[in-house]
Design a protein. Structure first.
Length: 317
């Protein structure tokens, strides 16, 4: 309250903001558009968020908005979309990133095309769910979509922690997986990394890529796993670095009775692509190398089974 002695208030006098510790910048956000939603990072359970240590580009702010950028790829069981997650008006690290949203189709899709060979050794606790999936009812298809999404999420999380070259898994929400966007630069712009099948590398780069393929297969073997569908169409070439994608069908080398056959196919498929471009490869030697890695001391206790004996026989031929 002012006294007459203070004189009339002068509206043109500057208004001094409070000290910075007490200053708040309130900005009204317009209604979200039809292709937007609030970030779902905090709405999923902690176990449904990416493994630690988390990359510094990850956006975890409650103020972030998810914006659809368009379809990246369509597939038999799932579609991949580009999605921007960011705090409106900010391009700072940790506040703006483009992700891939892989969305599995559910009850509205007729069927999944994955071979039953991939699911041998997996179990579903509820007999009702098993019956529904066998009959391919709408409920069964929804359960199958959730299972495939969760299988890929677990594979991505485990392999990323093992140091295998896969996209970082950001989160899973039902049948949607958000993951790192693997990109490269063309004409100064960031674009999605091409599939290996589209590439025509020089001999030195071809040999470097083959070494990376071998390392991926060996690391999977050390973990007792098989990709199961590894091909030049499931590998992205981000410059000199290869990144493996499409992982819902990853199988246990031991628990799955088709594990060794799937591993042999992975080795042959990749070796043939490299051989066709002039690089000398040895698929049977690669198979033996991966099986030897699977027999390492770390996994000896897991491999005391009939399948382990099969691996030994293959190696000793």
């Amino acid at each position: 309250m002012t006294s007459p002695a203070d004189g009339p208030r002068r509206d043109h006098e500057p208004h001094h903001a409070p000290d910075s510790p007490f200053a708040f910048d309130f900005r009204a956000l317009d209604d979200l558009g039809p292709d937007q939603r609030w970030s779902t990072w905090l709405s999923v359970q902690p176990l449904c968020r990416g493994p630690e240590p988390r990359p510094d580009w990850l956006v975890t702010s409650q103020a972030a908005v998810d914006t659809e950028l368009g379809v990246l790829k369509t597939g038999k069981e799932a579609d991949a979309h580009l999605l921007h997650r960011g705090v409106p008006g900010s391009e700072a690290p940790g506040e703006s990133v483009v992700l891939v949203a892989k969305r599995y189709r559910g009850a509205d899709h007729r069927d999944f095309h994955r071979s039953a060979a991939y699911t041998d050794g997996r179990t579903v606790r509820r007999s009702r769910d098993n019956r529904a999936m066998e009959k391919k009812t709408a409920y069964g298809r929804a359960i199958a979509a959730t299972q495939w999404a969760w299988a890929e999420w677990e594979a991505l999380s485990r392999l990323w922690q093992l140091g295998v070259a896969v996209p970082y898994p950001v989160q899973i929400d039902g049948t949607e997986i958000l993951m790192e966007w693997i990109r490269t630069t063309e004409d100064g712009e960031e674009v999605t990394a091409p599939r290996l099948a589209r590439c025509r590398p020089e001999p030195d780069l071809l040999a470097h890529w083959w070494d990376q393929v071998r390392e991926v297969l060996v690391r999977l073997g050390e973990a007792g796993l098989v990709h199961g569908d590894l091909s030049p169409y499931n590998v992205l070439a981000a410059g000199e670095r290869l990144v493996v994608i499409d992982l819902p069908q990853v199988v246990d080398l031991v628990a799955n009775p088709h594990g060794v056959d799937l591993l042999r196919r992975d080795c042959l498929t990749m070796a043939r692509w490299f051989s066709a471009r002039g690089l000398e490869t040895d698929p049977e030697g690669l198979l033996a190398e991966v099986l030897a890695a699977a027999r390492s001391e770390e996994h000896t206790s897991e491999l005391q089974s009939p399948m382990y004996l099969v691996c030994r026989l293959l190696l000793e031929k």
